[in-house]
Design a protein. Structure first.
Lengths: 306, 306, 306, 306, 306, 306
């Protein structure tokens, strides 16, 4: 099996992998590099400085301009649009084009628009018609114009409150219920230090998050954390590299314990939401894992050791 | 006259009706079935499991995927985008594709996006750039991302209050003014039974309608109704199968009488709106006509009898 | 037993009933008429054109000016203040003074202020420090400045939903649960005619009630009614002449059935609240009983007949 | 020097302390017990079951009913009104009257109204015309109808941010500034553990405080605390038994450190305010001092030791 | 005719004017000075450092403390309460008492509370039960706790828009309609310089006025002004020394022209209201008349000259 | 050099300028007129009644329908969509198609949608994925669905307050700080006439601007203006024909002085924003320059004269 090019298609590149098919009215320029087993549908246009991994699908009406980088098994829906110049003017070619990166396993829905310079994370899902202005963390689901993060792909939604471990590993993430005292003077909620599975060394709180934005999207190597929605509400995706779960933090009486080597993303903040985080370690940039693919590798090693 | 295929177009199907034209860089796969007098413009792509009625227009840059069903005189604007997989992943072909149905006389504006599985009703009008997530009732006008119902195609807008019949038929739909008593304790609005053109047997009220959603979109065979906006505001499209009218119900002092054999859709609900309906009959599922084409046929018979 | 006047008190009237006591530094002018068994405490001042019923208590620091009319068993707390001129200017005596009426069994709390011309209904309870600007229906509880109706004296608060009869009489007032259908298009709540204990002949709805105001405060002789909070919330006091109950109507899925010969007052309206009433009779002014004392007499006869 | 009674006054009690004066038209019943050096002004009425401490001032137009207990140096302004029956009805005497307690050094403004059963704390200041429904913590300033806590008597207001010690004692209360990071994703404020003057062992947060309510009003014996307004705003009164200070916490970038043996009260909460507290000790009921007089004694001993 | 003192009253002062009557249980201390034709009702108490003008009425239950100054024809309703120490503590007599001034023709309603140091302006009207915290401009009507300015005594309310002169004098105050241009981009309202009856030399705008506060309450000698409610709404009392009128400025399309020698007070500001003033003169402190009595005299001279 | 047509492209027009290139699968109908040095990319379709200026770029997936008029150096991004029928129905061809005009130097981002009949002004920038419903002023930046004006192309953002000249010309635009007086009665901000660089002859204020709309977009020949945000906030683009600047007016204490021969556009209005303008001249229609190209020519002459 080798490359298939439809009689009405034009393929000028010799860097196309085995099993890839190029259909009618598609046009591939000489510099493009395309992996194996890809499907380049009718009417697709691919410029020169473009790299596509293996097993990608590019549906009709899509153009891939200089500077596009697509990983393995990426799906680009029909009429989805990219560009490489954030402020285009005719005859005013920029010194260099911006790179747009779509990581492995990500999908882009029909007629979506991806602004130049954006990075679409591993396994992300861009909804049909969405306009993506900002980088998209791994596995995020994005919809709307402007694009807002509304979910975490393939995550199981959990009913709150869930008090038991949600992981099969020892000391997995779990919700912790606090004591709440409500009387006519107000409500007091106490987090006794002894109910934390770690000693608190650092505290931070987050507010003024725009609707549709996300925080987190990383794992810690050693740091344990407790998240609480002290005002408003938010969602937390929790991912052990194998399965992912969604928690809805809707009030200050419950905290979410996050042990090390758990990838987590927070999103779906209500207006005025404030999240408090209690952490077991001082700030240390080296404690963060911010690359999802690297996290998955390490998480598997970590799980194997258990 | 027979099928026209531009020399730079490709038509592999033999199920194309007389008078249909297929233009340059368009590509029709063998399994597609296309009616008579259609116009398939430059660059259109049509897959196999696609059925198109008569006299449809498919503008440039449109793809029709397996599972699309388009009725007679459907218009699909340039670069409008469909899809058949709600959560696409490369190389992960679903067991079956979702059907998307566009009923007779509906139009889809330029660059609109239609999510898989949606049904676009008879005569609906999807605005340019709209992203349609949900089924669209007959003759609805939809705009925005996400798509919201904002009108009823070809309906005449009526100034409220209009107290006379808006129909040329006896006992047609009309606004009824109620007596209102306002004092320092609040406002009381009375609907004396004798001013209703029927005896009340059932009451229901509707609230929590999302902005952009619609209710109704059906006719009754025997049931008379009175609609009142007891809180907030809403619009009511009233259609006798021949002409359509738009009422703005903007306060509780006016009710809209709807006789049987009138198709009606409510939309444009303000936040917190509540509509009260007083009905002449107990609930009876057989009294509803929910197919607009069937309604039009029956309404013509009904009108002829008058 | 006869009238007691403390040696340091002054009583110039000869129209004081048996058993009444007048204490030190109190001063009763000649024209005042005071019933039997009253208690006129230290420092009270009573002008000429004043009538007080039997068994009333007037605490210290109170003045009763020309035009005051107090019923039987009225309680006036210490330093509570009345006046008889709404826009007083020194040396500008009005042509006539406004009457202020306090009906039988009503109580006025310490340091409350009653504006001239107000009528305080049977059994009402004015809270300490309240400033009363408007007439107060029978048994209402009023607090604050300006005074707001916040309760119904001696009513039992009932947990909603209560579906059984709350009265020991046949066909007493009760809550009725309706069927509710919620989906993505909104919520529809149906009141099928056959679940009503009467045939509907009239409908009215009430909105724009100011916080702190009340509606109702009457009974019907023959008319049955169903009350529903179609938007917002309100409280309903229900009184059979013997016992009183408080219902909280907090949503449209429950209606309150009110049979004839039940006194009812609605209050505690939230902002934007709308109440719908379905009635068994056309409007008839003669069907209303608006005097609470008369209602109590008729209700006892009615109960005796059962 | 002995008791002075004005010729137009009446004193029937023999339990009146030396130096106390009773003025014209005042009336003291036989059972009342009044301390030394009190001033009972014109027109005051004092019933039997009343106890008043030393050096109190009772201005004109005040009545003290059975059940009133007033401490030393209490001031009661003119026409201020008490009562001892929460739901008074004429001729319906309750089984027992409610006690109202006014602690040492408290003042009650002109024309204020105190509901029965309320305790007014040590040194509190009730504003003129206020209507007091609830207990009042020590030194609170209360105004309005209903009464709201709006200040702390004799506290000095401090401009924020004040970063130095506000006390002359070592390790006194002080504000601590945090680092704030604001970007398009939101704002992150970090409290690194090493900037706290203690190790964190307990955390709690308080929300839903009604406007006009207060929290705290106690001291700790050993526990250190850090207060932060993570949402909204609040005021904190800080009292070392000698001087008192007022802090306005108006944003999450500044925390207030409270060492042991500092009395503190929080009030003036904005709607939606949330305060976070980080504490140095687990919860221990014995660590609390909730009696202000006791606190003052201990604080003086504590200060003497320093 | 001479001073009348009731046998049960006590008058120790010899500075009481002819025709004044002092009733039972009233008590006037030796230093008090009271004008002619006053009425001092039952139970009133008047201390030494008190001055009262002619023809005043002091109703029962009122005390006038050291430092009170009441003008001619002042009316003080029953149980109205004054004080002279803003932060009273028993046995802590301030160095000097605060003066409270009630100007000529002012009235104070039943049970009102006047804080120490307040000045109640000429002809003001304090409502029953009001608690007055701040100075009250001439002729203001004040109600509530805390007291809010809600009217201007004896002013005629005018329907807007009134385009003609409201005064019988040349060039009197009047409303001026501006040209407004509304389209989909917004509204533009133009004040052409030539439609102003003066040349503009100064501009100022006022916002953040608390509900219940007032601005103005003065006249200019030479300065002309134009007032516009550019955001929100407000009321303007306009007084030529003879008659007073009330304008409701409810939108930016109408301005109120105020010529010199017109007294004006602005109040009833809605939340967020902003008023713009265009003035004919630079700021000059000598141009202001802030004493209402002086204004009335000058206005009469001014009117006589016309 | 002459016209280049790719072997797989179709050019049926003979009105194509020198140096223009037409790429594969593009199709130009016979009536189209295209200028010099244009780039017509793969898959573009151009109907007959279309005029394109010189040096334009039309990216892949774009169709230009009858009625489109594009100026010089226009850029149309990939898959951007036009249409010429506002309410398209299949087989219902309108009597005439609407014209859509894109002026010189304007750019349209990837996948944007332009409604029929819209005029896109000189140098405007339509963001990727935007849906443009209304005319777009010169140099406006438009994003979103529906499209909103959010910027002014190539303008420099200035930090407020900037008190010096922002222009190299004498008497350029600049911010002026006013004096502000805040007390308990509210805030008063005075603009003394002598601090204005001109005599005030006209005033106007603008409110109710919809979010996303713009005002202004013109220059004056002789009129000087001062802009103040008396309520809310807004942005002002200021353009001297050479450079452009952006001011953020965020409060009433600062005004923006605009001399003649400065083009200005206001946008980014907050809800409830009100801008006041003080102008040096009466209204004169001839004083306005509303064509941006004409303004640039005159501004250069004007600058040369300086």
């Amino acid at each position: 099996m080798t490359v298939f090019v439809h009689p009405a298609g034009i393929c000028e590149s010799s860097h196309v992998g085995e099993g890839t098919r190029i259909w009618a009215f598609a046009h591939v320029l000489p510099g493009a590099r395309i992996g194996r087993d890809c499907n380049i549908c009718d009417g697709v246009f691919i410029e020169n400085d473009v790299i596509i991994g293996d097993a990608a699908t590019i549906k009709s009406g899509v153009q891939l301009w200089d500077g596009m980088r697509l990983g393995d098994q990426v799906f680009v829906g029909p009429n989805a649009s990219f560009s490489n110049d954030p402020f285009p003017r005719s005859k005013a070619r920029p010194a260099s084009f911006m790179q747009t990166i779509v990581e492995d396993h990500a999908s882009i829905g029909a007629n979506a628009t991806i602004l130049p310079g954006v990075r679409i994370g591993y396994g992300a899902m861009i909804g049909a018609g969405a306009v993506v202005l900002n980088d998209v963390p791994a596995r995020s689901i994005v919809v709307g114009n402007p694009g807002r993060i509304v979910g975490y792909a393939e995550a199981k939604e959990l009913d709150a409150p869930v008090r038991d471990r949600i992981s099969t590993k020892r000391d997995g993430p779990r919700l912790i219920q606090f004591q709440s005292h409500l009387d006519t003077r107000g409500r007091l909620i106490a987090v006794e230090g002894h109910i934390l599975p770690f000693e608190a060394k650092r505290f931070y709180y987050i507010d003024q998050v725009m609707a549709g934005s996300a925080r987190g999207a990383h794992s810690h190597r050693r740091c344990h954390q407790l998240l609480v929605a002290v005002a408003g509400q938010m969602k937390v995706a929790v991912d052990d590299g194998e399965s992912a779960y969604l928690f809805q933090l809707s009030g200050p009486e419950v905290g979410l314990y996050l042990p090390p080597m758990i990838w987590s993303m927070q999103f779906g903040y209500s207006i005025g939401a404030v999240s408090l985080v209690i952490a077991s370690e001082p700030y240390d940039a080296n404690d963060y894992i911010t690359d999802y693919a690297e996290f998955r590798k390490l998480a598997r090693l970590h799980a194997a050791r258990d």
